[in-house]
Design a protein around this ligand. Structure first.
Ligand code: SF4
Length: 217
């Protein structure tokens, strides 16, 4: 290898490393700010802010509605029954939070009694989510349920109409599907969600990793 080629590779590696470093420090800075946020009414009743969990370098981002009881108590995203079901769906798809996915919510504090977040709460919290998306830079975004779809894409959108079809949003591919809590209430919806995840697996192979292994698809 020539000296020039060697220097070029060293510069490229150093620049990638610096980008990762900047991204990680910015992500940690953002987290510190969000954990102290009192910008909306939900701050008065929460126990913990739920920033999100998973791999911030993953190429898939999953977005739900807001923390529930267990998430509020633990400060972690999707740890209750819905989260366990979601982890099973990830596993069936060959994905994991540790490697492929970062998971968060439209609002980062629990609405009392798990009511829907109010529009003003969604709008106040949205800049944090948009910054997370910018820093994580996912290729694929999975929206879990109507609140995530309305909060990110269109307040008038219908999850039953749009689930299962790709939406292009700010240069990213977005797949709306049902929230796992809807599957717990109505197990018949599992079939639709598996179809949506099969489409995500196909797209992941197309745009991220052609060798992605999934024993079920
Ligand atoms: Fe801040 Fe979002 Fe929590 Fe409201 S829900 S207090 S905007 S972090």
């Amino acid at each position: 290898m020539s000296k020039h080629a060697f220097c070029f590779i060293v510069r490229m590696c150093a620049s990638s490393y610096m980008n990762l470093f900047v991204m990680e420090s910015e992500f940690e800075e953002l987290k510190k700010i969000v954990l102290k946020c009192n910008a909306c009414e939900l701050s008065k009743t929460r126990n913990n802010v739920v920033f999100g969990d998973g791999n911030p370098n993953g190429k898939i981002m999953c977005i739900g509605e807001g923390p529930g009881y267990y998430e509020d108590m633990s400060g972690r995203a999707f740890v209750g029954k819905s989260g366990k079901l979601l982890d099973k769906i990830f596993e069936a798809s060959g994905f994991s939070r540790n490697e492929h996915i970062f998971i968060g919510n439209i609002v980062k504090c629990r609405p009392p009694e798990n009511r829907d977040p109010k529009p003003i709460e969604r709008e106040t919290c949205l800049p944090f989510l948009l910054k997370q998306i910018e820093l994580i830079d996912p290729k694929i975004i999975i929206l879990l349920g109507a609140t995530a779809l309305k909060g990110l894409i269109d307040p008038n959108a219908s999850i039953t109409r749009l689930r299962g079809s790709w939406i292009e949003w700010n240069g990213r591919l977005v797949m709306p599907t049902y929230h796992p809590s809807a599957l717990l209430r109505n197990p018949k919806l599992k079939r639709d969600v598996w179809e949506d995840f099969k489409a995500v697996i196909d797209k992941y192979r197309e745009v991220v990793d052609p060798k992605h292994f999934c024993k079920n698809h």
